[in-house]
Every structure is written in structure tokens, then in C-alpha cells.
Design a protein around this ligand. Structure first.
Ligand code: PMV
Length: 348
């Protein structure tokens, strides 16, 4: 029986939200819907080896290796994840697992690995589930993988497939759910094919605010309800933008979302400024260049100081030289990652 022992490896990407998820309820239920570009270059590769135990264990049994080294400080996160998903994967305590994981992007680059890492692990567990239950359809496999990934890290629910993913119930997005991400179900203009995301590493330090703390700041936040409403409206407006390829409107929504995310942190109690002087310098230079070049380069941000520079494929010969010449000097050691829109996780 090949489910007694074996191994499976998945490579799962990161993603960048265009409309941000910030604020959640119990059980990783988002306060508002979000939409993201799946990335291609930034990814986590995870190999899960499993061996059936003689007797069901009382605790989860696993070893964890990160980039070849045993990593016990990551274990509590995995235990929390296993506890949350156990009722959906009742076989978890029947096995001893060895989890070997590595990232394509440098460690402590300030790039969050929770989306790629948690989605990769969820997919590995789903492969074992599929061994035990071969009738599972591809559609159900992806849906449950996203559901499990969500329980690891909300944004990880958007990393299973590509190239555009919606997570969170939204009245104008058919099939959308708070429980898992879905492929964006409507038409997308050609201009968004192979869209670029050049990630500028402004600050590689440890995150000042963990996303758990960050989401909590939205409880009792004075502007929370208005923000959640705005995200719904932005997603509705984004649909015609994506359909028509209206880049001016696209830029307006995406940049406003990035600044709103940071505004929420600046206006919470306690309050945080996660941008650095170089973040603002980069934003100002992007605005100036956009005005003078007639290109459609824009920025978005995660919960940190790094800048994601977004631009269409047909402008890369103008925009990338500008990035090299004018923006890389504001990155730590010129460090950046050339990424682009991707198509989701792959089984290796
Ligand atoms: O997945 P979490 O809980 O780490 O939340 C991440 C939220 C943001 O990255 C800031 C925004 C988003 O939608 O990805």
C-alpha cells in the first residue's frame, strides 16, 4: 500500500494583493474580499515525507528542515496549523512527517513566506489525502487545498492557482467565498498578461508588526467598517477595469489600496509606520516618472517597507531601465527580485 510511506513535493508561489485583506474574524474569515496576482519567481518548495505509525499518536509527529537545517523555532506555527486542519484531515496523527522546505527568495529579505509556505504545505497534505481518497476531483483538490492554506495564513488561500485570485465573499463575484480562494471568474484584458512585479527590497529586517497583530488592530479600529466597505466597492470597480484594460483606473485602485493598508496601521492603537524614507522616495520617483514617460508603472505595498513595482509587459523596455537607474539605489545593496504574474503551484 503506497500510502504507508512515501513523499510528495510541491512548489507554491507567493502572491501580491491588489485589493488588500486586512482584518479578520474567527477561523481566519476575512473582513473583506481581496484579489491578488499570483507570482512566479517568489516561491516555496516543500517536500513532505510520510510514514505510517504503528499506532495513532497522541501528538503530531514531525521533523522540520528549513534550507537543509533542522528548524525547531518554526515548529509552533506548524503545530498551530495542524491543530486547525486536523478535523479536515483526520489521518494527520496516523503519520510521522518530515517536512523539508526552502524558499526561492533570500531568507529575511522582508518578503513574507507565509503565503507560499503555507500553501505548499497544504498542497503536500492534500496529495496524501488524494492517495487515501483517489476519487477526489482536481477541482475539489484545489478548493480544499486553498481552504486548508487559509487556515495556515489567510493570504495563502490565494497561492494555489493563478493568475488572478479572489478570496472572500463578494456579491458581484460569482462563486466567491470566505473559506477559500477562487480563480477570477470574468474576462481579463490582454494588457494584464505577463504583468511585471519588480520587488524592491528596501528593508530586509524582521517585520515590525506580525500579520496576526496587524489583523487584530482592525478590531475596534475607528475606520474599520468604512474600510471594509471600500474594499467591496473597489473589487466591484476592479472588474470593469480588468475587463477593459483601463490602466489609469487600475493604478488608482491599486495605489489607493496600498496606501489605505498603511493608513489603517498608522491610525490604529497602537499605531505603526511601516514605510521607510526610501519607500517614500521610491513612490515619489515612480509618480514623477509616470507623468513624464507616459507609462503605466505603479506601486503596491505589503505590510512592510518593500515596494512592489507593477507594469505591463509592453512597457518593460522603458520601465525596467528606469528602475535600475533611479530606484535600485534606494534598496538595500541594490537588492530586488524580478517577478511577474504566475499560474499557481506545481507538483514536482
Ligand atoms: O496572510 P496574512 O495573515 O499574513 O495577511 C497578509 C495581509 C497582507 O499581505 C498585508 C495583504 C494581503 O491581502 O495579502
Amino acid at each position: 500500500n503506497n500510502s504507508t510511506s512515501g513523499s510528495v513535493t510541491w512548489k507554491s508561489p507567493s502572491n501580491i494583493a491588489l485589493i488588500k485583506y486586512w482584518g479578520k474574524k474567527e477561523d481566519q474569515i476575512p473582513q473583506n474580499p481581496s484579489i491578488s496576482f499570483t507570482l512566479e519567481a517568489c516561491a516555496t518548495t516543500t517536500k513532505l515525507s510520510y510514514e505510517k505509525l504503528e499506532e495513532k499518536g497522541e501528538d503530531f509527529s514531525f521533523d522540520l528542515f528549513f534550507e537543509g537545517k533542522q528548524k525547531d523555532d518554526f515548529k509552533p506555527k506548524i503545530i498551530t496549523f495542524f491543530k486547525r486542519v486536523e478535523k479536515y484531515l483526520p489521518f494527520l496523527k496516523d503519520y510521522h512527517f518530515t517536512i523539508e522546505t526552502s524558499n526561492s527568495f533570500p531568507h529575511s529579505s522582508g518578503i513574507a513566506s507565509s503565503a507560499s509556505g503555507m500553501s505548499a504545505l497544504a498542497l503536500c497534505l492534500m496529495s496524501l489525502e488524494k492517495e487515501l481518497n483517489p476519487a477526489l476531483s482536481d477541482e475539489k483538490f484545489n478548493c480544499k487545498a486553498s481552504f486548508l492554506a487559509r487556515l495556515g495564513s489567510g493570504s495563502a488561500s490565494r497561492s494555489i492557482e493563478g493568475d488572478l485570485i479572489v478570496w472572500g465573499h463578494h456579491k458581484d463575484t460569482i462563486g466567491s467565498s470566505d473559506l477559500f480562494g477562487i480563480k477570477y471568474p470574468y474576462g481579463v484584458h490582454q494588457v494584464f498578461k505577463n504583468y511585471h512585479d519588480t520587488i524592491l527590497l528596501v528593508d530586509k529586517g524582521e517585520k515590525q508588526v506580525s500579520s496576526t497583530v496587524g489583523h487584530d488592530l482592525m478590531h475596534n479600529h475607528p475606520f474599520a467598517q468604512q474600510r471594509f466597505l471600500q474594499a467591496h466597492e473597489n473589487l466591484t470597480n476592479m472588474q470593469s477595469v480588468l475587463d477593459e484594460g483601463n490602466l489609469e483606473e487600475f493604478i488608482a485602485i491599486v495605489e489607493s489600496e496600498a496606501l489605505t493598508l498603511h493608513a489603517m496601521m498608522m491610525t490604529s492603537m497602537p499605531y505603526f509606520i511601516l514605510m521607510k524614507p526610501n519607500t517614500l522616495e521610491i513612490i515619489n520617483r515612480i509618480w514623477k516618472f509616470r507623468e513624464t514617460s507616459g507609462t503605466h508603472v505603479c506601486f503596491t505595498l505589503d505590510a512592510g517597507a518593500n515596494v512592489h513595482v507593477l507594469y505591463p509587459e509592453n512597457e518593460k523596455d522603458t520601465v525596467y531601465p528606469f528602475i535600475q537607474k533611479e530606484l535600485l539605489k534606494f534598496c538595500q545593496n541594490g537588492h530586488h527580485i524580478c517577478d511577474r504574474i504566475g499560474f499557481g503551484a506545481k507538483k514536482l
